[in-house]
Design a binder for this molecule. Structure first.
Ligand SMILES: *[C@@H]1O[C@H](CO)[C@@H](O)[C@H](O)[C@H]1NC(C)=O
Ligand SMILES: *[C@@H]1O[C@H](CO)[C@@H](O)[C@H](O)[C@H]1NC(C)=O
Length: 169
């Protein structure tokens, strides 16, 4: 019995450890626009946010942080994004430090709610890829998540082993 109990303790430890690891590895926070934050882009670089977004790979559960002053951020429909129409956002914040969770697959459309800013390029589309869609390159996160996958496999095998052991003993 002591043997089984210690196996259980080890398993519990592994389980907690791997959960913590997957939380930190699989849920990532991105700061929109990098260190400059969420500002009206320079006139010669109006695609800055979508260029930034295309360099990153967003996954379900990731969060994005907008940092700004005297500005705001809105999540809007595709239609309103195209027209820079800020009259009916799904989400609005003007706290200066907004954390938004990417809680579904597909595109999210963000604009500045300040008059004229969206028109000058302060807008952003973020796409959360569905799990089956591997068309985009994996970036740096793939090796880390496959490591977590491997450790989960080990843990599952340990569970099976301990189950077998408890039946046999
Ligand atoms: C925009 O202009 C600034 C200053 O004039 C320059 O440093 C920067 O490289 C330009 N950016 C692009 C994308 O042309
Ligand atoms: C923005 O959307 C509202 C609500 O549909 C509409 O009344 C308004 O005319 C739109 N404004 C622009 C500039 O398209």
């Amino acid at each position: 019995m002591a043997f089984i109990n210690s196996v259980r303790a080890v398993l519990l430890f592994c389980f907690i450890f791997s959960s913590l690891q997957s939380l930190s590895v699989l849920c990532f926070e991105f700061q929109v626009g990098g260190p400059k934050g969420w500002v009206v882009p320079p006139s010669n670089d109006s695609k800055i946010y979508n260029d930034w977004a295309s360099k990153n790979r967003f996954q379900l559960g990731d969060t994005i942080r907008f940092k700004y002053s005297k500005d705001s951020v809105m999540e809007v429909s595709q239609e309103d994004y195209k027209k820079c129409n800020s009259s009916r956002p799904n989400f609005f914040s003007n706290t200066g430090n907004t954390v938004f969770k990417l809680d579904h697959y597909g595109p999210f459309y963000f604009i500045s709610g300040v008059s004229g800013h969206c028109e000058r390029g302060q807008h952003l589309i973020i796409k959360v890829k569905t799990p089956g869609d591997q068309s985009q390159s994996d970036g740096g996160k793939s090796s880390a998540s496959s490591l977590v996958g491997a450790s989960k496999l080990v843990i599952v095998s340990l569970f099976v082993l301990s189950f077998v052991a408890s039946v046999v003993v």
